[in-house]
Design a protein around this ligand. Structure first.
Ligand code: KG4
Ligand code: ZN
Length: 381
């Protein structure tokens, strides 16, 4: 029986959670900084560090309280080492180190991306649904990453990851956030775009596809572009900008910006009366293009690598339309797609505590020199 306290502070959520044996979620506390970053339309690193500093102690205490455990009762602490914002990571790491020293409990360093993958594994163990067949292909799709990993487990129980694809420019979540900012919608962009896309026609406006092929041809790469499992979202983002310019939408955008300035974090329902049909069609077409791009690339990689299942995780995996499309299209290929619940898709510490469990069993502990790694990579590849 191992109770692990996870701590996550890589970006704009301060989170702590208690997980038993990597499979039973006892508490999961997330303190969001959305209100702080909303006026800027993106995360401001200095403000994020300040907010983590404020929240970390109460969030950890609340996680222990909700799990009905004393901090002394946990067997180990786990903390996100990277990737993420250096100043934000440092706050979680410094606090976890101090707590580990004070409680004389081992500390486990976890890669944030490995955490996202384990969110799906935790979900599957929690719900005791069918086993997740390996090897799996994991699409980690968030505000900072759009990465494909080949995931497997050794007979000793350790997990391995091979990076087989990544975005060459913007992450998919970043594209959602930038398009929302361009259209004077709220931050983060994903949830508001998902809700508003329901009211638009996803096939109304043509969006560019196959950006990678074009790019590789231009650079005269020797390899066959169809072999690439990389992503690119800057073309779709630029197409939205071009559409706004060529359809004279700036005036209505500025009107909306002025209307909602200082209004906190307006909901999709509040925006709706201030959006014309063309803008709603643009929003729906943008979302459709991103989702189809993620889907096509992931399914092609799954076929090439002959995997047994798919894992789709990270903030963008909270998108209901994306989930439905992956379920449908992967299902048609005979592949099951596994997702974390929506709450475990976005940043949280339960995924960090779950990913730490195999390391706990292997006694893979961090020492006092542990420090933040803003660009920490996951696995080989
Ligand atoms: O995993 P996450 O919480 O933080 C990072 O590690 O980046 O992901 C945040 C990202 C943001 O870009 C946000 O716009 C996006 O996930 N996101 C969504 C949805 N909910 C959050 N994107 C599309 N649809 C959603 N429902
Ligand atoms: Zn994340």
């Amino acid at each position: 029986m191992a109770l692990i306290l996870g701590i996550e502070s890589s970006c704009d959520e301060t989170a702590a959670a208690v997980v038993r044996d990597g499979s039973e979620l006892l508490s999961n506390v997330v303190s969001s900084q959305i209100a702080t970053h909303q006026p800027y339309g993106g995360v401001v690193p200095e403000l994020a560090s300040r907010e983590h500093l404020r929240a970390i102690v109460p969030v950890v205490r609340e996680a222990a309280r909700r799990a009905h455990v004393k901090l002394e009762d946990v067997e180990a602490l786990a903390v996100t080492q990277g990737p993420g914002l250096a100043g934000s990571l440092l706050i979680g790491i410094t606090y976890a180190k101090a707590l580990s020293f004070a409680l004389s409990k081992p500390l486990i360093a976890v890669n944030h991306l490995e955490g996202h993958i384990h969110a799906a594994l935790l979900e599957q163990r929690q719900t005791q649904s069918e086993d997740l067949p390996l090897p799996a292909l994991a699409l980690v799709v968030s505000g900072g990453h759009t990465h494909l990993y080949l995931v497997n487990r050794s007979t000793q129980g350790s997990w391995s990851y091979v990076n087989v694809g990544h975005t060459l420019d913007d992450a998919a979540g970043e594209a959602f956030d930038k398009v929302a900012k361009l259209l004077a919608l709220s931050y983060p962009g994903g949830p508001v775009i998902e809700a508003l896309a329901e009211h638009g026609n996803p096939h109304a406006i043509a969006m560019p596809r196959s950006q990678i092929k074009t790019k590789l041809k231009r650079q005269e790469k020797a390899e066959d572009p169809s072999e690439s499992h990389d992503f690119s979202f800057s073309g779709i983002k630029t197409a939205v900008l071009r559409f706004v310019e060529t359809h004279a939408m700036q005036a209505s955008i500025e009107h909306r910006r002025a209307k909602f300035v200082g209004a906190g974090n307006p909901t999709a329902a509040e925006f709706l009366p201030h959006l014309d049909q063309l803008t709603l069609d643009l929003i729906a077409s943008f979302q459709e293009a991103v989702i189809q791009d993620l889907l096509c690339k992931t399914l092609r990689a799954a076929e090439d690598l002959e995997v047994q299942s798919l894992i789709v995780t990270g903030g963008v995996a909270a998108n209901g339309h994306l989930r439905a499309e992956f379920d449908k299209r992967a299902g048609a290929e005979g592949l099951r797609a596994f997702f974390p619940s929506r709450g475990l898709s976005t940043d949280n510490a339960a995924m960090i505590a779950a990913a730490a469990y195999p390391k706990f069993l292997a006694r893979d502990f961090a020492n006092e020199h542990l420090s933040a790694e803003a660009s920490l990579a996951l696995g080989a590849g």
